[in-house]
Design a protein around this ligand. Sequence first.
Ligand SMILES: Cc1cc2nc3c(=O)[nH]c(=O)nc-3n(C[C@H](O)[C@H](O)[C@H](O)COP(=O)(O)OP(=O)(O)OC[C@H]3O[C@@H](n4cnc5c(N)ncnc54)[C@H](O)[C@@H]3O)c2cc1C
Length: 330
Amino acid sequence: MTGERTSGAHAPASSTRYVSRRTFGFVEARWLSRFSSHQRHAERYRIDRVFLVGDAAHVHSPAGGQGLNTGVQDAMNLGWKPAAAVHGRAPKWLLDSYHDERHPIGAEVLRRTDLMLRAMSLRARPARAVRKVGMTVALTLPLLHRRIREGMAMTSLAYPAPAPDAHPWAGRPLPGDTLTPVGGAPTHAYELLRDGRFLLIATAAPWSGSGFADAVSGWQDQVRAVSATVAPGGAPWPAVVLVRPDGYVAAASDRVGARTLAELLEPWCGTRKATAAPGGDRRLPRRPSFSRRRPPPDREAGADARTKDRKTERTSDRATERPSDRATDN
Ligand SMILES: Cc1cc2nc3c(=O)[nH]c(=O)nc-3n(C[C@H](O)[C@H](O)[C@H](O)COP(=O)(O)OP(=O)(O)OC[C@H]3O[C@@H](n4cnc5c(N)ncnc54)[C@H](O)[C@@H]3O)c2cc1C
């Protein structure tokens, strides 16, 4: 953003007179800045030890009010990664994943804000009439209305799945459902992330009891394990979900058991420590490929895909079981 302090009690009056030939009664502004709307996108968000976040990485028109939101989400995506690297818990691909995940989002924000600006600055009368009718109709269609709302809030954006066969929830924001941990009070899912560790949420037997924390012993310095029930109303949850410290789903599975736990946790947190002592002998995670671009974000499509995925697993492996009946793979 181009920001410049100007001074002088008459600056606002003279500026507005210069631009619009009127003063609008502005006097004694405390702070003024000059702003010019342009589009810039850094080619790389990371070079060695330097990371670009916020407007330093991407600037665009203020149309739609996306800049601050995007910058804060950049920071959320990045923050826990250098922390993990500093503590020797992260392999190098984790730092590179900041660019891999956020650069496509920055490009998408530039594309959308450019479109919005073009639509807002149409001059020809017929084009403006079409815009007005189009917007009026669009906002009466609930599906389109929801898509616009989610697009503006960026809750529908997803990161590339770490592997082609990843669970459909992987890379998506954790749904903001209400969870009731075993022995605890109902709480918003994101409240459980406050201590900055990964969050492993189990919603199916045999992990629906109080002993679930023991299942992740050896990873507990990095992972908070919570066994919980999910308030009805949202999309059905996988049996177990691993959530990254920034609130995005790292991995999920409809299976339960020790092998599943290792499959979920090892790519992100390394192998289970033999002892709970800090700095135990843990191998670092393998690099996910980040090869697959996500399909256009659509919560509903995601829900359908999840349902399909669960159905496929059940028909192939466990044709008639309910979630609470799932067999373990121990
Ligand atoms: C008119 C306008 C309306 C907007 N409306 C919205 C909106 O409704 N919603 C929304 O989400 N976003 C909006 N934005 C965008 C939003 O303001 C920016 O995206 C956001 O402020 C960027 O935050 P940042 O921390 O990345 O950069 P900045 O806010 O630019 O912060 C960078 C800071 O670094 C300081 N700095 C620069 N160089 C140095 C240096 N060498 N040493 C030390 N400090 C330095 C600067 O002084 C500044 O304080 C709008 C922007 C404009 C211009």
